[in-house]
Design a protein around this ligand. Structure first.
Ligand code: 6GU
Length: 226
């Protein structure tokens, strides 16, 4: 899977994909994340990519030309299954969307800054708009890192234990159960006995009950149609 990211601040995205699981995914050739500096397509020697908004008001708007030229050039090399714009007024991102996007081949992600991008790029190029929650970030880069991480770890072969994504919170509309590791007794606080007994069926039942209980108390909204 290839994910191209257009950003005015590529530095913000270098570290998130350079470590741990995302790094391994790229080393294994399962995920190819490419950062593209929008300034490369700036309209003049001043490296301009944004301008004042028509109608007045505070905040700069990212201009059509650099974005359109960037997208056109990248699109020449490969068609995209989705052109995604990161924006707080986009569709709330969730596990279902992550699952769907992890099945795609080529994605293009556009990170906005300032007041956002010219509306004409949204209507003419963008096929999907994603928000990662009801709060405002100063740019789309951190949100893009969140989305790429959520997608990347679902690509088959990226996680060591391939089944482990199946037990994630949200993957079956339940929160994950509590987990424990050694020691079995930490300052008098003991690991639940059932996990030590080695009966896989009982462990599975216990985990399901814990998941259900946790979801009921923390996120009753998720149980709406159960
Ligand atoms: Cl995708 N971008 C920005 N700038 N702020 C956000 C967001 C995205 N999602 C939530 N807040």
């Amino acid at each position: 899977m290839t994910i191209d990211i257009i950003t005015a601040v590529p530095e913000l995205l270098e570290s998130p994909f350079g470590h741990s699981i995302m790094k391994r995914a790229q080393e294994k050739g399962l995920l190819n994340v490419r950062l593209h500096n929008l300034r490369k397509w700036a309209i003049n020697k001043q490296a301009q990519i944004d301008d004042y908004q028509y109608g007045g008001g505070a905040g700069m708007v990212m201009m059509c030309e650099p974005l359109a030229n960037a997208i056109d050039e990248l699109q020449k090399d490969q068609p995209y299954d989705a052109i995604i714009y990161m924006t707080p007024d986009g569709k709330p991102f969730n596990q279902q969307t992550a699952n769907q996007l992890s099945l795609e081949g080529n994605l293009l992600i556009i990170c906005g800054h300032y007041k956002g991008i010219d509306e004409r790029i949204r209507t003419k190029y963008v096929t999907m708009e994603i928000s990662i929650g009801d709060y405002v970030l100063s740019g789309g880069e951190l949100a893009a890192a969140v989305v790429v991480d959520a997608i990347g770890r679902l690509i088959p072969g990226v996680l060591n234990d391939e089944t482990s994504a199946l037990f994630d919170s949200f993957q079956d509309n339940l929160l994950a159960p509590p987990v424990y590791t050694r020691p079995a007794d930490f300052r008098g606080d003991k690991v639940p006995e059932i996990l030590l007994q080695g009966d896989p069926k009982k462990v599975e039942e216990w985990r399901f009950e814990q998941s259900l209980e946790r979801t009921k108390t923390r996120r009753p909204d998720m149980l709406g149609d159960l």
